[in-house]
Design a protein around this ligand. Structure first.
Ligand SMILES: NC(=O)c1ccc[n+]([C@@H]2O[C@H](COP(=O)([O-])OP(=O)(O)OC[C@H]3O[C@@H](n4cnc5c(N)ncnc54)[C@H](O)[C@@H]3O)[C@@H](O)[C@H]2O)c1
Length: 348
């Protein structure tokens, strides 16, 4: 099977590329240049890709031409401006990338013959946040205050409208997941990235929003959900639907609690300071109800909070110790595949 991953130079895209390659698939990618020190570069992804394209998804003609050139069996659309604070700084780029970019990818899919399935990745932040204690379900209303959340909600609605109105016959679905962590993320303004950078430099960490509760999920659990849904699409099931892929409630913890646990895992002299000063609006509690994915797809989160953090710390410490980033990533992929109940060999 030939997969086209948009956003393959980013965090999730790089893990997905290596996971698909490990499963024996052909993989191509379409994205902007990687950030400095990105997993894409550290794991030498260019060597494993069939086509490694630099295309701005805001450019409709270039995006359509790239998808036609690759002629994939499956498209997973991850490319986005994915950061809340950056979306306040540059709302135009955020809206154009997340909404127009998604439109252009969908149009490219519709005009390229032979594509058998498409998956559009949005986020838990698409839900209109009413600070409820229980998880959001796929049928809850969408919304968003900051430009990132609102633009991803718009991309989600756009995809729903596209599926219903465009006449495109490629089975397409939407996947919504929340904060994911794992080795090799370099995005600024992400807690694990800040923690790893500070602890590895022997510096204290000062936390924004220490009491905000977030669900924490390992990137492989999230990608397992994406590929399980692709598999269902290829089997003729669940086209046109949205699915949440979030961890169980035991993985919902305060930012401050999570940071303390990572500090313990990292080792002595890891210091966390809490910053309670008012900051830009960011959603308080945001949890997903993933029962639809559990019941309809047989997916469930495998790693749990402790292992999610331990695997992420282990990835950082092993690569800091000189181990090859691709080898460490592949080893964790292989460990994940051996976990009880993970049926990755069923993926096509
Ligand atoms: N990482 C998370 O915790 C998280 C949580 C929820 C949803 N998501 C979603 O997952 C997807 C991937 O996120 P990530 O964490 O890997 O982000 P990332 O910033 O690491 O990667 C983003 C990717 O998108 C590409 N991109 C950005 N603008 C582009 C453009 N104009 N044209 C082409 N490519 C462009 C980048 O080159 C990069 O490859 C996004 O859609 C994001 O909204 C991520």
């Amino acid at each position: 099977m030939h997969y086209l991953v948009t956003g393959h130079t980013g965090f999730k895209g790089a893990w997905l590329t290596l996971l698909l390659e490990r499963l024996g698939h052909t993989v191509s990618g379409l994205a902007l240049d990687p950030a400095p020190d990105a997993l894409y570069t550290r794991a030498r992804l260019a060597d494993v890709l069939e086509h490694d394209l630099r295309v701005d998804v805001r450019d409709g003609a270039a995006t359509a031409a790239a998808i036609a050139l690759v002629a994939p069996d499956v498209v997973v659309h991850l490319a986005a401006q994915p950061l809340v604070r950056e979306s306040y700084r540059d709302p135009r780029t955020t809206w154009e990338t997340n909404v127009n970019g998604t439109f252009n990818v969908l149009e490219g899919i519709a005009t390229t013959p032979g594509i058998r399935a498409a998956l559009v990745i949005t986020t838990d932040k698409v839900y209109r946040n009413v600070d409820q204690l229980w998880g959001y379900r796929e049928t809850d209303p969408l919304g968003g205050v900051d430009p990132y959340s609102a633009s991803k909600a718009a991309a989600d609605l756009l995809t729903q409208s596209w599926i219903a109105s465009s006449g495109c016959t490629v089975p397409t679905a939407i996947a919504r997941a929340g904060n994911v962590v794992g080795g090799g993320d370099v995005c600024n303004d992400r807690l694990m990235v800040d923690l790893v950078a500070a602890f590895s430099a022997g510096q204290p960490v000062r936390l924004r929003y220490p009491h905000a509760v977030r669900p924490w999920q390992h990137v492989l659990d999230c990608l397992n959900g994406y590929l399980t849904l692709v598999d269902a699409l290829l089997d003729g099931r669940h086209a046109g639907e949205a699915f949440n892929f979030g961890p169980g409630t035991r993985s919902f913890v305060e930012v401050g609690v999570l940071a303390e646990e990572v500090a313990c895992l990292w080792g002595p002299d890891s210091v966390v300071e809490l910053d309670d000063a008012p900051a830009l609006h960011e959603a308080g509690l945001l949890a997903l109800d993933a029962r639809k994915a559990e019941l309809r797809l047989g997916w469930r989160d495998r790693l749990g909070l402790h292992d999610t953090l331990a695997w992420t710390v282990a990835w950082a410490q092993r690569t800091l110790g000189g181990e090859d980033a691709r080898a460490v990533t592949q080893a964790q992929i292989d460990d994940f595949r051996r976990l009880d109940g993970v049926d990755l060999d069923g993926w096509r």
